[in-house]
Design a protein around this ligand. Structure first.
Ligand code: PEP
Ligand code: MG
Length: 756
């Protein structure tokens, strides 16, 4: 049973499209359960349940049999949200007979709901001629099957709404998480890793003859490469291995393979996509062969396929012209991919994998480019050249938007431009409430680009310099001198203002390409201070570089990430003191920087009083704190709705950290994304945070709100919010209060607000 379950799900997973996925389901489930009928009903746009595939009923009934929720046996499965198992379906009061199906022959009926994210997507039904109840094992099998298939069907449904190029496009919406706020309207450019057969974007071919020529020219080039490679290896490899090169050349010479590709090009697609499709189809034939030797040939074919593809892509790359408003989409965007596009043409980013904390999202925020991350259902390879809207506020992507939606977003876009202009005037004004409460606003940085923008926007210091960013951009650990130079740049740019440098915070989802950490539970694993205390050589070099860089400026503070216990603080302080003494002995005229601890795990919240007595300041990392308090992976789009920054548990934790810090007589700041949310900033100010640190993009908005409220209003809002027990309600309440008070007017374009 387990084997059939696995293999059915695998097969369905690799189906080309929704229809083939459904066909596989009905055929394979029917065989596995040895029944006479298996059918799938799926919910349509009108919330009716339509027969979408069947093996056993009359195929002509597909698409025409439909039942409302509650109607017929299928409809009853929908409303009950549990299986219905009957030995004599026709005797049941809910039984509805559809003559076009020919189902009168079947008595036994078992229907189980297909549920995804609490919604009934459809019903999976098996039927049998004999009058008998399906046994418990069979019922359990179908329930398991349905639970497994729900996600696959939901994904296929989401991706299936995108119609092929050339046909009338229908607007489709895909969900992800916000990577960088703002909206962008533009044209999709799909970018994929070179020579990866599975991620080749489907592009229409403008000039068939040219594309065929390109393909025909690529083959001899690769053939020549293979010959040269084979000759080079001749003395080192055995005869059998030599035969492999000959086999490769034979594949390239195979006229039928070439004909398949040219046929596809003639149907209107470019050479790279045509080639990838042909090779993948052949590869899957090899893969399914029982003979192990033949199965291994699949790998050879793939290797050869990649070589030819690399040729085709290199030539295309030279000719690539980027549209003026390029929306770059890829499975996993990287910093180097961004570098390929002229900056003035890049309007937005969408990454199928990744999160708001991915490197590319951090870059997007630094560059002020709207970005959506984790759009896992996006059929990105099919979308090149399509019009698209990126909503970086809500983490949504709309392909082929209709006129109405386009107008709506154009309006938001224009409002945004106005908003930025309006806020520029605030740069030199102090961040002070109407009743004279000063609220220092700092920035979070990582790149030099952030620094320049932060200064332009009137930042009063750096609350969090993520040192892992320069580490991520390299191919090895930067040396002490390289680090010193990078840190000096930051410290100098802000002097005399404070720059709070966090020691290397890798692990979790931030792994360095040259220091991979592979774990089953990375967020609960070797992260932040745990890594650097285990590798004092890395920690000591970094601290030396930081303190040396501060010589003569004395505006450095050091921040320790992911602290969960007092020993980690003691050990870190011990190492920092050691470095400081050594530097003095070496003759450097440096000052001992203040040391602070990040409060980003629940343990640190409960230990805040003790921690506060060990260090000079606390800084709350609300991104991680929210993740760990609510047990919601901050990168997982699947549970993004549960990641509630205004959750009462989060707010209470934040308040208690402020009290603990102030009781101990030290200052406390917050540097998670929450501080950059204008509505949250008001609450945080009322809680007593001494510094709010945020991305440069959000700083003017937060300043505008704080300058428009009084501390009395903020405290009132906080008291009310703290009485509430639901995060969404708190968020709505605060937004509404500020909107009604006229405070949020210019901050989030009104259209984007409406939809939040
Ligand atoms: C945080 O966790 O809130 C934080 C500021 O650190 P990072 O986002 O880099 O994990
Ligand atoms: Mg963190």
């Amino acid at each position: 049973m387990l084997n059939s379950l696995r293999s059915i799900v695998q097969e369905v997973n690799s189906a080309r499209d929704m229809n083939s996925a459904l066909a596989i389901i009905v055929q394979r489930v029917k065989t596995a359960m040895q029944t006479h009928v298996c059918s799938v009903y799926l919910r349509d746009a009108n919330d009716d349940y339509v027969l979408m595939a069947t093996d056993g009923l009359n195929p002509a009934a597909v698409g025409s049999v439909r039942l409302a929720a509650g109607a017929g046996l299928v409809g009853r499965v929908v409303v009950r949200e549990e299986p219905i198992n009957l030995d004599q379906a026709e005797a049941h009061p809910s039984y509805q007979y559809f003559p076009e199906t020919g189902e009168e022959r079947y008595s036994a009926f078992l229907g189980v709901p297909i549920i995804h994210h609490r919604k009934v997507l459809g019903v999976l039904v098996v039927q049998q001629v004999e009058r008998r109840r399906f046994d418990e094992g069979e019922e359990a099998f179908l329930v398991t099957m349905s639970a497994q298939l729900a996600g696959v069907i939901a994904h296929a449904e989401a991706t299936g709404v995108v119609v092929p190029a050339g046909e009338k496009a229908v607007q489709a919406r895909f969900k992800g998480v916000s990577g960088s706020s703002g909206v962008a309207l533009g044209e999709i450019v799909v970018i994929s890793p070179k020579a990866d057969l599975r991620s080749v974007p489907k592009r229409a071919c403008k000039d068939v003859d040219k594309e065929i020529r390109l393909f025909s020219d690529a083959l001899p080039s690769v053939r020549q490469d293979m010959k040269t490679l084979g000759a080079g290896f001749k003395s080192r490899i055995n005869q059998q291995e030599q035969a492999l090169f000959d086999a490769y050349i034979a594949i390239l010479d195979d006229a039928s393979l070439g004909a398949e590709v040219t046929d596809k090009i003639r149907s209107g697609i470019d050479a790279a996509y045509a080639w990838s499709q042909v090779i993948l189809a052949h590869e899957s034939v090899f893969n399914s062969m029982p003979d192990a030797y033949l199965r291994e040939r699949a790998a050879d074919l793939r290797d050869l396929g990649c070589r030819v593809l690399a040729y085709l892509q290199n030539i295309n790359q030279e000719e690539r012209v980027y549209p003026d408003k390029t929306i770059l989409i890829g499975e996993e965007l990287t910093a180097s991919m961004l570098g390929e596009i002229p900056k003035e043409k890049l309007a937005g980013l969408v990454s199928v994998l990744g999160s708001s904390n991915s490197h590319v999202a951090i870059l997007a925020r630094a560059m002020d480019v709207p970005a959506v991350m984790g759009a896992v259902d996006l059929p990105y390879t099919q979308l090149d050249g399509r019009p698209v809207i990126v909503d970086g506020y809500r983490g949504a992507v709309f392909t082929d938007p209709n006129e109405q939606l386009r107008k709506h977003y154009e309006k938001i876009f224009l409002e945004e431009q106005e908003m930025v202009k309006g806020l520029e005037a605030l740069k030199d004004l102090p961040c002070i409430t109407r009743d004279n409460h000063r609220m220092p606003l700092f920035v979070n940085t990582g790149l030099m680009a952030d620094v320049l923008r932060s200064l332009e926007r009137g930042a009063e210091g750096v609350g969090l310099y993520r040192t892992e960013v320069p580490f991520l951009l390299r191919e090895r650990f930067p040396s002490e001198e390289e680090q010193r130079a990078i840190y000096r740049e930051q410290l100098e740019a802000f002097a005399p203002h404070t720059v709070t440098m966090r020691t290397l915070d890798i692990g979790g989802d931030k792994s360095l390409p040259y220091f991979p950490i592979s774990e089953a539970n990375p967020f609960l694993g070797w992260r932040g201070i745990r890594v650097t205390l285990d590798h004092p050589e890395i920690f000591l070099v970094q601290i030396r570089a930081m303190i040396k860089a501060s010589e003569g400026l004395d505006n450095l503070k050091i921040l320790l990430p992911m602290i969960t216990n007092i020993q980690e603080v003691d050990a870190s302080k011990g190492l920092i003191n050691r470095v400081y003494k050594e530097l003095l002995e070496e003759g450097h005229r440096v000052r001992m920087p203040q040391i602070g601890v990040m409060v980003e795990v629940p343990a640190a919240v409960y230990l805040a009083s003790e921690l506060a007595r060990k260090v000079s300041f606390l800084s709350v990392g609300s991104n991680d704190l929210t993740q760990y308090l609510l047990a919601v992976d901050r990168n997982n789009a699947q549970v993004a709705d549960l990641y509630q920054a205004f959750h009462p548990a989060v707010l209470r934790a934040l308040q208690s950290v402020v009290f603990a810090a102030h009781d101990a007589g030290i200052s406390v700041s917050i540097c998670g994304e929450l501080a950059g949310d204008p509505a949250a900033a008001v609450l945080l100010m009322a809680m007593g945070f001494d510094i709010l640190s945020m991305s440069a993009t959000n700083l003017p908005k937060v300043k505008s709100v704080i300058r428009s409220v009084t501390m009395v209003q903020a405290k009132y809002l906080l008291t009310e919010a703290m009485r509430m027990s639901n995060g969404d309600s708190i968020h709505r309440y605060v937004n509404q209060y500020l909107r009604e008070a006229g405070v949020m007017r210019l901050l989030v374009p009104s259209g984007a607000e409406e939809m939040n």
